[in-house]
Design a binder for this molecule. Structure first.
Ligand code: COA
Length: 401
């Protein structure tokens, strides 16, 4: 019998949960002014607490969002955040109980996928989360970087003030839509927390691109003197949204033309973003790191497999093992026309966290088979599965939380 139970938090309990979460990451409680800014980001019914009697010992919460899957469909997504267990209660199954309760709620709400950003990479695989997209950090020495000539878009880029930025950015984001697998429909609390935080910095700006049909992209950037490198002035691209590749290029070209900047940095950008191709010398773009971005949980495997499109190849039968959600256990036949349960013998077998890593197209079956992470029952199957699950673009969320 567990010595704690999981309850949905009411409004009077969420501040204590916020304090517990911050404490688990060694951060002081939010002062009153800060709490006023964040309290509305707790959605009623979505914050959970683990209690021993009436003492709060752990917490987790989530937001309702949407995930773009290969083929362009958007599926319901639960974005999990603010997970913490009090230091004197860790390794007693509290997180496990919170996760199980979340999965049950997500399934009841029809949220067939869940995502989070992991503080440590060793925590979430056991719960069926896998790394489904990665981002790369890039640095460009602005003085060495020569932009190639461009015909441009014929549009115009303008800086807007903070209030206009806060109002305009969500509208542009929604009208541009989710343009690659892994992109996330942003929820109200994301905008409430993240854009003001980014723009609060007095050196941050939002520049909007206006095309013939209206505003069709923006870039948020900040310029700071780095503490290392003799006060080098670094422009960091915080958020870049573009309706078309031409607008994407124009916004990048704009940030490279901002004066009194020594270095331009992009953080967690798509791994296949063709930034190098804007320059006369491709080597000016230095990739400093590639990090895991989206941790994805296929909460309802049959529904998520059915939601995406597939490439052209002979069908493959995949056995999925799911220790946390045994209702997902089983074999699935994947064809160019769709996927569903089958009684046919499996060609490949794998755990559900690895299926999540493959699902958006970040890693092929054959790579995981080579690493011994996929059981290959038919040696011709990995190549077929690679072709079925391939995605033309690398998956990328672009929405950090
Ligand atoms: C990460 C955290 C929430 C785990 O909570 P917990 O209640 O100790 O987790 P559980 O007791 O349910 O552990 C379940 C399993 O995960 C393992 N595990 C949990 N946290 C781990 C970690 N940080 N590293 C490696 N393994 C971990 C446990 O050893 C256990 O393994 P087992 O099933 O083989 O016994 C807690 O340590 C914490 O609050 N950490 C600081 C805040 C944080 O990192 N939050 C996550 C933000 S994304």
């Amino acid at each position: 019998m567990a010595d704690h139970d999981i309850r949905v938090l009411d409004e009077s309990q969420v501040r204590a949960a916020h304090t517990l979460f911050r404490g688990s990451l060694h951060t002081a409680p939010a002062p009153d002014e800060k709490w006023e800014q964040v309290k509305d980001s707790y959605v009623p019914g979505r914050a959970l607490g683990a209690f021993q009697d009436d003492e709060l010992v752990g917490t987790a919460q989530s937001w309702a969002a949407g995930l773009a899957v290969p083929g362009g469909a958007e599926v319901p997504l639960a974005a999990v955040s603010r997970v913490g267990v009090r230091a004197d209660w860790t390794r007693r199954g509290v997180l496990s109980a919170l996760m199980r309760r979340q999965f049950r709620s997500f399934r009841e709400a029809g949220e067939i996928t869940a995502t989070l950003r992991a503080s440590e990479t060793t925590i979430y695989g056991r719960f069926g989360y896998g790394v489904a997209s990665r981002g790369r950090n890039v640095t460009v020495d602005r003085y060495r970087a020569t932009l190639l000539p461009s015909a441009g878009t014929g549009g115009r880029i303008r800086l807007v003030d903070k209030d206009t930025a806060l109002a305009l950015a969500p509208v542009i984001y929604d009208s541009v839509g989710l343009t690659r697998p892994g992109m996330t429909a942003r929820w109200p609390a994301w905008w409430l927390l993240n854009l003001p935080r980014a723009l609060n910095d007095e050196n941050a700006q939002l520049a909007v691109h206006r095309g013939p049909d209206g505003d069709d992209g923006y870039v948020v950037y900040e310029v700071k003197s780095s503490s290392t490198g003799h006060g080098k002035r670094v422009l960091t691209v915080v958020d870049l949204v573009a309706a078309t590749p031409a607008v994407w290029a124009e916004l990048w070209r704009f940030v490279f033309r901002v004066d009194v900047v020594d270095e331009v940095v992009g953080e967690l950008r798509p791994v296949d973003e063709p930034l190098e191709w804007l320059f006369a010398d491709r080597r000016v773009v230095k990739v400093t790191e590639v990090e895991d971005e989206t941790w994805l949980r296929l909460v309802d495997v049959p529904a998520t497999l059915a939601a995406r499109s597939y490439g052209r190849a002979e069908p493959v039968v995949i056995q999925v093992r799911d220790r946390c959600l045994p209702e997902n256990d089983g074999t699935y036949r994947v064809t160019p026309d769709g996927a569903g349960r089958t009684d046919l013998p499996a060609d490949l077998a794998l755990d559900v966290d690895l299926l999540a890593a493959i699902y958006l197209g970040d890693v092929p079956f054959s790579a995981l088979a080579a690493a011994g992470r996929v059981d290959v029952l038919d040696p011709t199957a990995p190549a077929r599965a690679d072709a079925l699950f391939a995605s033309a673009q690398s998956p990328w969320s672009g929405t950090y939380f």
